[in-house]
Ligand binder design. Structure first.
Ligand code: ADP
Ligand code: MG
Length: 711
């Protein structure tokens, strides 16, 4: 068996299954091997029937079948199979639906390990459809049972069986690609060992060793590819912008630039004007700054400079509404300075669009602002000098690749509002030069933030009403879209990567859709309450955001999708439900949605979590208002994982998918990964030495498999 063999060589994988797997990105044995469990059930701790604590969670029981299974027909072709089973402490009723064949499995006197929730609603406790494994002599059952993410028609049993066929041949399928020096220094287990044990861990320590090794791989491969991209970047040339006199633009501004803005603009102008010659090294810069720190004016001045030198500038933003906002805030300034500025989005009428395209091609438009409509094949520029992307993490890799193609000989400027701890930013934005805007314009009012629990609910609702009565608007952010399903519970309860402390204490998660309904029907029937979430279509989302920004909606209940960068100055209250579930930087981003107008704004974090750590974490939001300090604190408390899961651009900038490292809590591991990558590349820049061949192959595989998931 080989890493690249098709999965159809496995027993039981026919054409139908193969197609289903392929559709989900699993084509080769290697793909299957890297299809990691999303959680593990702890079936090793066996409970007694009589002393099971009353809780929501399933547990393991070793029970002997005590009565013959009886099958009963309940409604419409549904059958119920029922029997008693016992341990030395008591007995339970066990039922299964529509599985008559189990009659022959559960023979009186035979013993099984059952795993399920014990219900005490009736006099005799009961379990419904527990998982079961026969206890056999001389064969011990594994304490940790992997739970795989499932997709159409593929069940746990099938995946586990296929994966164990692969892990039985682990030594021929996976080869160590890390040099021994790194393994030793980092104290990592071998790759075959890790890959086998992440699927079938004999105990928690081994599992942790496997996870640590495989997380390191992801970080290390990420670090290596970022560093390689960086060393090959900047080879493009772009036109030199010799005229960097921006005084006219500055004179028009109703305010003074902050020192940080001035510094960032200085850096941009230095990039654009370069040293000598007609062409200079293309700018490849990211401006990172907290929400509201004033990044837009930096972009506008860059665009102005380019126009002034006779070139065109394009600015791409992720949503229509953001495009409109930017356009409205900049067009007059540009017109006044004598430059044409146009808007191009998906909903630009066809005739107008044709006209804009024609003008862009002829060089009659100096500055164009738009959505991904800008990267359509039909868009041609006459003299494109600068491409700006705002909030670029909202774009997919494919979109950005197309933009890069269009801008081959243009300068590139990226804006991001995700505060990344300084320690990480150098690594994460490795292939870009960074301008940090680390101060706010003066006079900005801070958004007072409070952490409350459920007992404040009534007061909270009155506060919402008060804000609305005063003519303001309210955001309510929930951690999920629909009501918490069993599946989600399972995930949080058993994912050893997710649980960092006792934060996940089984409290009910608020879900956007039902919560909006509840508010609308019983609490604010007289107000306009709407919801928005990522599963809605782009058009629907745009419509709702537009309505909200026009004041037609009083209370907007949402998941974290509420548009980054959208400015609704009239929104003065941000409520975050189950706040303990969010990263601090994410909370800070959410808080940035309010406090954009002249009115006093508030952020209320609702959390009933009893965990001391989550309380301590949330209290930081009450005392700290600077995104970078918050990011650093978050990094210290939760590790680097959050920063990956939160900002797809990070995952994508290195063309890497993180499946394990996104929940990595070990900052040192991340730092070491970058150090190791640097060492290897210093010694062998293109990875052509004999000892690095396997590493290079592995790197290609991750790049390829990443592309597969994008396409
Ligand atoms: P972001 O960095 O989130 O994109 P914006 O560029 O949208 O922030 O700026 C937020 C607001 O701050 C805008 O209304 C802008 O006009 C204003 N602003 C930007 N720079 C300054 C400054 N130096 N002094 C005062 N107000 C500023
Ligand atoms: Mg912005």
């Amino acid at each position: 068996m080989n890493f690249n063999d098709k999965i159809s060589i496995l027993h039981g994988v026919g054409a139908t299954y193969e197609k289903r797997f392929n559709e989900n990105g699993i084509c080769t044995l290697g793909d299957l091997l890297y299809y990691f469990p999303r959680a593990y059930q702890n079936r090793g701790d066996v409970f007694k029937i009589s002393d099971t604590p009353f809780d929501l969670y399933p547990h393991s029981y070793i029970l002997t079948v005590g009565s013959e299974p009886k099958v009963a027909m309940i409604k419409r072709g549904m059958t119920l199979l029922k029997f008693k089973a016992f341990d030395e402490s008591g007995s339970v009723n066990i039922t299964y639906f529509n599985q008559n064949y189990l009659k022959d499995v559960f023979k009186i006197g035979s013993t099984f390990r059952f795993f399920g929730k014990l219900s005490r609603d009736k006099k005799t406790p009961s379990m419904t459809s527990p998982a079961y494994e026969p206890i056999l002599p001389k064969k011990s059952l594994p304490p940790l049972v992997p739970v795989y993410p499932l997709f159409n028609g593929i069940n746990q049993k099938l995946i586990s069986k296929l994966i164990s066929e692969v892990t039985d041949n682990i030594d021929s399928i996976s080869k160590e690609f890390l040099p021994e020096s790194i393994l030793n220094r980092m104290n990592l287990c071998s790759l075959p060992f890790a890959l086998k044990n992440i699927h079938t861990p004999p105990d928690e320590n081994t599992l942790n060793a496997a996870i640590r090794r495989l997380s390191f791989d992801e970080l290390f491969l990420f670090a290596t590819s970022v560093s390689m991209i960086k060393s090959s970047a900047n080879v493009f040339e772009a036109p030199k912008m010799s005229d960097t006199d921006i005084s006219k633009y500055l004179n028009m501004l109703p305010y003074e630039l902050t020192d940080a803005q001035a510094r960032a603009i200085g850096e941009i102008l230095t990039d654009l004007s370069g040293s000598e010659g007609e062409y200079v090294k293309a700018m490849n810069r990211i401006v990172v700054g907290d929400v509201g720190s004033g990044k837009t004016v930096c972009a506008a001045i860059a665009a102005y400079t380019v126009c002034k030198n006779g070139y065109q500038a394009a600015m791409m933003v992720p949503t229509e509404i953001l495009a409109v906002q930017h356009y409205n805030s900049m067009k007059e300034d540009f017109h006044r300075l004598g430059y044409t500025c146009e808007l191009l989005t998906g909903s630009t009428p066809a005739k107008e669009k044709r006209c804009i395209l024609e003008k862009l091609k002829r060089g009659e438009i100096d500055f164009v602002i738009g959505t991904h409509a800008l990267i359509q094949d039909t868009v041609e520029f006459s003299k494109l000098g600068l491409v700006i992307t705002d909030e670029q993490h909202r774009f997919g890799v494919r979109q950005r690749a197309r933009l890069a193609q269009k801008s081959k000989n243009a300068h590139v400027l990226v804006m991001s509002a995700t505060p990344i701890p300084r320690t990480l930013s150098l690594m994460i934005y490795g292939d870009l030069d960074i301008s940090l805007i680390d101060m706010m314009p003066p006079g900005r009012k801070r958004v007072d933030t409070f952490v409350v629990d459920e007992s404040y609910r009534d007061r909270l609702n009155s506060f919402i009403r008060k804000q609305v009565n005063e003519g303001h608007q309210v955001y309510i952010v929930c951690p999920s879209v629909e009501e918490k399903s069993e599946d989600v519970l399972d995930f949080f309860d058993y994912n050893p990567f997710i649980i960092h402390d006792n934060e996940c204490d089984g409290t009910q998660l608020k879900a956007a859709v039902p919560y909006a309904k509840e508010l609308k029907e019983s609490i604010f029937p007289d107000l306009s309450v709407e919801f928005i979430h990522g599963k809605l279509k782009g058009k629907e989302k745009d419509k709702i955001m537009m309505d909200f920004s026009e004041g037609k909606i009083d209370v907007l209940v949402s998941t974290t999708v509420i548009e980054v960068g959208v400015n609704v100055p009239n929104a003065t209250l941000m409520i975050v439900e189950n706040a303990e579930r969010f990263g601090l930087s994410q909370l800070h981003q959410l808080r940035g949605r309010v406090g954009r107008g002249s009115d006093k704004s508030y952020c209320i974090l609702v959390s009933s979590s009893k965990g001391e750590k989550s309380r301590e974490r949330l209290d930081i939001m009450h005392t700290v208002y600077d995104g970078y300090t918050i990011a650093e604190r978050d990094l210290r408390m939760r590790g680097p994982g959050d920063f990956f899961s939160q900002d797809p651009s990070i995952r994508q900038s290195g063309q890497m998918n993180f499946s394990l490292a996104s929940s990595c809590t070990d900052t040192d591991l991340l730092l070491s990964a970058f150090e190791c990558a640097r060492e290897i590349l210093n010694d062998d820049r293109y990875l052509i030495k004999e000892e690095n061949i396997l590493l290079r192959e592995r790197l290609n595989i991750s790049l390829r498999s990443n592309l597969k998931t994008i396409n």
